[in-house]
Design a protein around this ligand. Structure first.
Ligand code: C2E
Ligand code: CA
Ligand code: CA
Ligand code: CA
Length: 274
């Protein structure tokens, strides 16, 4: 393994260097993305058992002139590492609440909140300010958090969640089934709803185990009084099974991909003079 070893090392060094540099460029460009108007929010419907939209999930999109469309799975972790998620997270919240305030009152909005945002102690205050600023009723806002958000600083996180809950905001456990110590988290934190991770939904048809897990989660939700949402529903069959297993709500390409927000209801469209 010695002969040619140098070449190999040099090759990897070069690759690593390029990766590090690409990442630095992404980091730097992400910092200015809000100011340069490169971020936007798309909305994906969440439907009830009859297939009617009752809520929308706000999902971030970043279109960079240099990097093209960067998927959130790539830029959110970078934003978290660099702390830029604090500013971006606040921007998404404001944008989504402002948009949802124009919808009919039967529709709510769900916004993803990163672990890092819980480490700014004023998250509850920030949400309160945005709600009063946009006029959105607190009960129409849901915050989606994953279990990793609960792992760190449990007491502080719990305190923030309690304050949000006291304001009337809904707390949604996202990607349920993929994290750690799920069951005790459901009991200790003030959740209003559970979203089953889409890996179980997509496996449900072919894999009895996945279906059994969905059934078990729904049963657990029922005993804890938590409605369950099936995520990533792509086919009619998946929806049928999800409803049959007792999922109260569903979300996925089958009902609509993330896109433009629904029309505002009861709000006059702005008139243009030309
Ligand atoms: P998530 O919160 O689990 O969001 C659901 C993801 O599944 C979205 O990907 C959505 O487009 C995708 N999806 C929806 N229906 C289907 C389906 O039927 N099939 C498949 N295969 N996928 C479906 P997206 O928009 O790329 O977002 C990826 C992740 O990035 C999100 O996962 C969330 O963790 C994170 N993210 C997105 N926007 C935000 C944000 O504003 N703040 C934070 N903190 N994270 C965000
Ligand atoms: Ca989510
Ligand atoms: Ca999810
Ligand atoms: Ca996810």
């Amino acid at each position: 393994a010695k002969s040619g070893g140098r070449g190999v090392v040099a090759f990897y060094d070069l690759q690593m260097d390029q990766t590090v540099r690409a990442r630095r460029r992404l980091e730097a460009d992400l910092r200015g993305a809000i100011a340069r108007n490169e971020l936007r929010v798309v909305y994906q419907p969440v439907v009830d058992a009859d297939g009617r939209p009752i809520s929308y999930e706000a999902l971030l999109r970043w279109r960079s002139p240099d990097h093209g469309d960067v998927p959130p799975d790539v830029f959110i972790p970078i934003a978290e590492d660099t702390g830029v998620i604090i500013a971006i997270g606040e921007w998404v919240l404001r944008e989504a609440c402002r948009t949802a305030a124009g919808w009919s009152e039967g529709l709510s909005i769900a916004v993803n909140v990163s672990t890092v945002q819980f480490r700014v102690a004023n998250l509850a205050e920030q949400v309160g300010l945005i709600l009063s600023e946009t006029g959105l009723a607190p009960a129409r806002l849901g915050l989606e958090i994953t279990e990793t958000a609960l792992m760190r600083d449990r007491d502080d996180t719990l305190e923030i969640l309690r304050r949000l809950k006291a304001m009337g905001v809904k707390i949604i456990m996202d990607d349920f089934g993929t994290g750690y110590s799920s069951l005790s988290n459901l009991q200790s934190f003030p959740f209003d709803k559970i979203k089953i991770d889409r890996s179980f939904i997509s496996a449900m048809e072919a894999d009895r185990g996945a279906k059994a897990i969905v059934k078990a989660i729904v049963g657990l939700g029922r005993s804890l009084d938590l409605p369950v949402v099936a995520e990533g529903v792509e086919t009619e069959a998946q929806h049928r099974i999800a409803v049959q297993e007792g999922c109260a709500e569903a979300q996925g390409y089958y009902f609509g991909a993330p896109g433009s927000p629904p029309d505002a209801v009861g709000v006059e469209p702005p008139r243009t003079s030309d």
